[in-house]
Design a protein around this ligand. Structure first.
Ligand code: HEM
Length: 246
């Protein structure tokens, strides 16, 4: 990848005003230039790989899980479809469209809760620290934060914590804290895209629902493949039909 980085060419594409050629590498270079600093190829390579790993896998997984959950819960699918049909008449979506999709937003949140794309992440203390309950954590310790367990905890989510029930999000008086719903992490290193992801994912979900219907292949049995971003071992085989205009 480093070989492929031609800083002058990419800079040129921005300076020439060729917006359609702007990309993540160009953005890194532009920011470095704006700050008056140098930026190494290694830094850019690390940045791009982080973005691909942090952004692409997680977002594609949550969309896949949304359609898996919809196929498994036809009543939820029907409610989401009704909402999309009312909101999308013939309009193209705008960045504000998702605000008019409260039920789809609830489906997104509930899918993130029952199937967090990054179920565990880690902390490496820079110094020995004592937690509020008196537990000593040493500098050499590795702390694993388990979003999967918190998101399915009955203490946090009530007796139906393990059920997929998007309605719970519509019943809440205020959103849960990032520590009760740590799907984007918590504290100062929370996901940089935590506000962007719902806008993207809910809009894409609605656009797909608007145009297509999905059914799981009858023989499909979910088997998980574990990794930093767990996924279905055999993908999501579905039967797709186009929605015909009314
Ligand atoms: C469903 C989608 C996503 C999920 C579930 C997710 C989840 C997370 C989690 C759990 C963390 C670690 C937070 C922590 O340690 O406290 C994180 C960090 C991060 N995410 Fe995301 N993420 C998603 C999408 C994205 C996208 C689309 C981008 C970029 C466009 C992105 C960029 C980042 C970056 C840069 C960090 C590091 C933040 C830091 O260390 O300061 N993520 N994400």
């Amino acid at each position: 990848m480093e070989e492929g980085l031609k800083q002058r060419d990419v800079k040129g594409s921005i300076e020439d005003g060729h917006e359609n050629k702007a990309n993540l590498v160009a953005l890194c270079l532009a920011i470095a230039e704006f700050n008056g600093g140098e930026i190494s190829k290694k830094y850019i390579t690390d940045m791009v790989l982080t973005m691909i790993a942090a952004a692409k896998e997680t977002t594609s997984q949550v969309l896949t899980w949304i359609f898996y959950q919809l196929c498994c819960y036809p009543d939820v699918y029907a409610k989401a479809t009704n909402e999309v049909r009312q909101v999308f008449v013939d309009d193209d979506p705008t960045p504000d469209t998702f605000r008019r999709l409260p039920y789809c937003t609830a489906v997104f949140n509930e899918t993130m809760r029952v199937r967090p794309p990054t179920p565990v992440f880690f902390r490496f203390p820079v110094d020995d620290i004592t937690l509020p309950d008196g537990t000593l954590v040493r500098k050499s310790d590795r702390i694993m934060l388990n979003a999967h367990f918190v998101c399915r905890s009955e203490r946090v989510w009530g007796p139906d914590a393990k059920s997929f029930r998007p309605e719970r999000w519509l019943e809440m008086k205020e959103p849960p804290s990032t520590f009760d719903f740590p799907v984007f992490g918590g504290g100062p290193r929370t996901c940089a895209a935590r506000h962007l992801v719902p806008v993207k994912a809910i809009t894409v979900m609605a656009m797909i629902i608007h145009r297509f219907t999905f059914r799981l292949e009858p023989d499909f049995v979910l088997k998980l493949k574990y990794g930093p971003v767990p996924c279905s071992k055999n993908g999501l085989p579905v039967i797709v039909d186009r929605v015909l205009p009314a």
